[in-house]
Design a protein around this ligand. Structure first.
Ligand SMILES: Nc1ncnc2c1ncn2[C@@H]1O[C@H](COP(=O)(O)OP(=O)(O)O)[C@@H](O)[C@H]1O
Ligand SMILES: [Mg+2]
Length: 408
């Protein structure tokens, strides 16, 4: 018998691509389990050529296994993924210690999903089941929760100048709301949308986890249990979506994905506080549109005034309404500081706005409470900043109750 005859013309239903497939022995096991003999391995350098042959036509799945050493091959790997996804071949990333940014690029190039390596039990099979499921499931679930949803109020907080106090205000507002609603069955959550330097985790002493990153990568498939699983709690009451463990590019999420996250939170909570990053982004408008109130924090300095002016101009030029905007003057001059009060008045006039809220300087206790990971109510309940935030939260809560009654 000739060698040629021995080589059965078996079809290839799946391919792995790896620099060294031996390093991924759990993947080999899983591939054998799922595909039997109908899979093969390709080198990164051969993959593109193979994908353009007729043999590739039976391939349903490309499992790309990567570790941190693959960052140098990213351009080639991206081309492979683009080619496969153009041919409607499903692409699964198996990533070991790959940087989030690289992972993000590959998902953007068309990879359908990723699983971490070492593979958890049944991970490959589960990922394949998910990939083969019809896409329609996610939106259907969303509309179901919408009907039953709590329809929470959304308050976004944005600093118009770095360090103006947005995160301090969001964390304390969220905690005061939690305290106020303690005896009711109302639920409060805070979402840290500053995917790069988010500090809510620091201010509430919670860990920044990988799970958040995984959720943010898969918002289209997210259902309520998946969302809730990623939230942590502060003092068992306040629910928190921290920023992810690694810094992420802000364009990781589209405006639609941001809307989906907020919608999910609104359905599950009565109050949703969003801590916004400093820069204005392609999804900032999505947050503004979803917000009942949008707090813009500034200080009594030229930097804040100029930033505010630029922002107001930009929004006006784009025809974006600012009805939800509430300007908050942080570190505002005290009652007795008449000159300061005059300056604040002038600043408001020159911007054509009014300060809906003035927050006093709370001194070094504020920084210390943040560093201890405790809201002011827990760390320094008598602090003047805490008192003012408390008073404001009470008024906000009452207004929201009145609004709810009117809507019923
Ligand atoms: N009213 C205030 N009084 C005293 N310190 C404040 C006040 N507001 C903010 N801080 C401090 O200023 C720093 C920056 O605040 P942060 O809330 O992180 O700002 P942002 O989120 O706008 O960048 C923190 O150290 C915080 O403790
Ligand atoms: Mg901040």
């Amino acid at each position: 018998m000739s060698l040629v005859c021995e080589e059965e013309p078996r079809i290839t239903r799946a391919c792995t691509i790896a620099r060294q497939i031996e390093d991924f022995d759990l993947l080999i096991e899983d591939m054998d389990l799922v595909f039997g003999e109908e899979w093969g391995n390709l080198d990164v350098s051969d993959a593109l050529t193979f994908l353009n042959t007729s043999e590739a036509q039976t391939v349903e799945l490309l499992a790309v296994a990567l570790d941190d050493e693959d960052s140098v091959n990213l351009t080639t790997i991206r081309a492979i993924i683009e080619n496969a996804s153009a041919q409607k071949i499903k692409v699964l990333l198996i990533a070991e210690a790959l940087s989030p940014i690289a992972l993000h690029q590959l998902l953007r190039a068309g990879a359908d999903d990723f699983v971490p390596y070492p593979l958890p039990e049944r991970a490959l099979q589960d990922a394949l089941n998910k990939l083969n499921k019809p896409q329609a499931t996610a939106p259907v679930m969303a509309s179901q929760t919408e009907k039953e949803g709590r329809n929470g109020a959304v308050f976004a907080v944005h600093a118009l100048a770095g360090g103006a106090g947005a995160s301090t205000f969001s964390a304390n507002l969220a905690w005061e709301l939690t305290l106020l609603t303690e005896t009711s069955n109302k639920k409060v959550c805070i979402l840290d949308f500053d995917f790069q330097s988010g500090s809510i985790s620091t201010y509430l002493d919670l860990a920044r986890t990988e799970k958040v990153y995984e959720l943010l990568c898969q918002t289209s498939e997210m259902d309520a249990p998946a969302f809730l699983e990623v939230l942590q709690t502060f003092n068992e009451k306040l629910h928190v979506l921290t920023a992810p463990s690694d810094m992420l590019p802000f364009d990781l999420l589209t405006p639609e994905e941001i809307e989906r996250l907020i919608e999910m939170a609104r359905n599950l909570f009565d109050f949703v506080i969003i801590d916004m990053p400093r820069p204005v982004l392609h999804w900032s408008e999505a947050v503004l549109n979803a917000s009942d109130l949008y707090f813009a924090l500034l200080e009594l300095d030229l930097r804040s005034a100029q930033n505010a002016l630029r922002l107001i101009r930009a929004l006006k030029a784009d025809g974006i309404g600012m009805e939800q905007y509430r300007y908050v003057l942080n570190r505002a001059p005290r009652f007795t500081d008449l000159a300061g009060k005059t300056r604040a008045k002038r600043m408001a006039e020159s911007l054509g706005v009014s300060f809906g809220l003035s927050l006093p300087d709370g001194g070094s206790q504020v920084r210390d409470s943040n560093d201890h990971g405790l809201p002011l109510a827990e760390f320094a309940p008598k602090n003047p900043l805490r008192k003012e935030i408390r008073k404001f939260t009470e008024a906000l809560y009452e207004t929201s109750q009145v609004a709810n009654l009117a809507a019923e």
